[in-house]
Design a protein around this ligand. Structure first.
Ligand code: ATP
Ligand code: MG
Length: 362
């Protein structure tokens, strides 16, 4: 390990200064436009959320901000300066990130992983590292001290000598954050930092991010966990199919009907999954029973009556799936009935997302 550094901390940024200014960022892959003309700013002292359904372009947008991708169009500025399209230069400029897929050096220790994150702050060159003179040792000691401070900060100091691969998943995510902080950024980008975490870990991650913000580091965070995002963020931007649909405070975003339709659905309101599924199961059982009864008494008017009743209660438009399921409407109470088949799938999908699906597809 040849890392060597001064222990300088993030340069304080005047409150309200624009730290990140992305304008008209577009990213095309062949015929697919993954990100389309997105503008986004992050100011000092802010935690900004970036949400959107799977495949909306969130990670691609991060990749454009951090030099992993060169945007097809648009410009990204950090503290007023246009960023060079090279990852290490972006990190050196002051933007650090974590990845949706955890990217640690599994066979290195926790401490070594953080030390790797300090390489952009290294002043000693190759010769110094090879000769290992007094300057090198002094700088290395300083670097280790800073890395230990960061491990203390994220709560992993006691595991400094453990191999990264032996950490539980939630701690690996925290270690990634420590490694990102080791480059002393002014802006931290977090791509699904709580994916795979349990509720306690998620709450701790929330506190950690507030603490990072309080140290003067602006944060832009992607997450599917709506509760987490809405608690944490000063502002939230919503990407849908590569485009920014809306941006605002959490109340504004949550109440926007387009967002609800495109993304939030119902999960943030409570826990729809099980209740809805039970209602559907009940309705299906009732439908089956009705169908069986019809078959048993087949000859006369009864089937017609049942169908007629169903038609009466089905308020004309609610019937796309009704052709062979009219019977649903005969027994169960109205409100749940008409909606029952649809929310099951929506709720299931969204519940996955709301719980931080852990989907990883960088
Ligand atoms: N390198 C690439 N080459 C081609 N297509 C890509 C590439 N990276 C991403 N895409 C496509 O761009 C779109 C946006 O993907 P992206 O990973 O940015 O979405 P996301 O919002 O991060 O989704 P998720 O919430 O699932 O992580 C997807 O259709 C994806 O398949
Ligand atoms: Mg992603």
């Amino acid at each position: 390990m040849t890392t060597d550094t001064t222990t300088k901390t993030t340069a304080p940024t005047p409150t309200g200064e624009t730290v990140l200014d992305a304008r008209g960022v577009t990213m095309r892959f062949g015929g697919l436009t993954a990100v389309r003309s997105v503008d986004l700013t992050v100011n000092s002292g802010e935690i900004v959320g970036l949400i959107g359904p799977n495949g909306a372009g969130k990670t691609t947008f991060f990749n454009c901000l951090t030099g992993l991708y060169i945007p097809t169009e648009g410009e990204v500025r950090y503290k007023g300066t246009v960023l060079p399209p090279k990852s290490f230069k972006v990190t050196a400029a002051g933007i650090a990130r974590t990845f949706q897929n955890i990217r640690l050096f599994n066979n290195m220790t926790v401490l070594e992983n953080v030390l790797v994150g300090r390489h952009t702050r290294t002043k000693e060159g190759l010769w110094s590292a090879l000769l290992r003179g007094p300057g090198f040792h002094k700088a290395e000691a300083a670097s280790r001290e800073r890395a230990m401070e960061l491990l203390e900060f994220i709560g992993l100091a006691g595991k400094a000598e453990h191999l990264a691969r032996n950490l539980p998943y939630g701690e690996q995510r925290k270690l990634e954050i420590a490694r990102a902080l080791a480059s002393e950024p002014g802006l931290l980008l977090l791509d699904e930092p709580t994916a795979g975490m349990n509720p306690q870990e998620t709450r701790a991650a929330e506190e950690l991010i507030f603490a990072i913000r309080d140290q003067g580091i602006a944060v832009l965070v992607i997450e599917h966990d709506m509760r987490f995002i809405m608690n944490l963020c000063d502002r939230v931007a919503v990407l849908v199919q590569g485009e920014k649909l809306i941006e605002g405070d959490s109340a504004t975003v949550q109440s926007d009907e387009r967002v609800i339709a495109a993304y939030l659905g119902e999960p943030f309101e409570g826990e729809p999954g099980e209740a809805e599924a039970a209602e559907v199961a009940e309705a299906e059982a009732a439908a089956e029973a009705a169908a069986a009864a019809e078959r048993g008494t087949d000859s006369t008017e009864e089937p017609t009556d049942a169908t007629a009743e169903a038609d009466d209660s089905s308020e004309t438009e609610a019937d796309d799936s009704a052709d062979d399921e009219d019977e649903n409407d005969t027994d169960a109470p109205d409100p749940a009935q008409d909606d029952a088949p649809e929310p099951t799938t929506d709720a299931d999908n969204d519940a996955d997302k709301a719980s931080g699906s852990g989907k990883e597809n960088d």
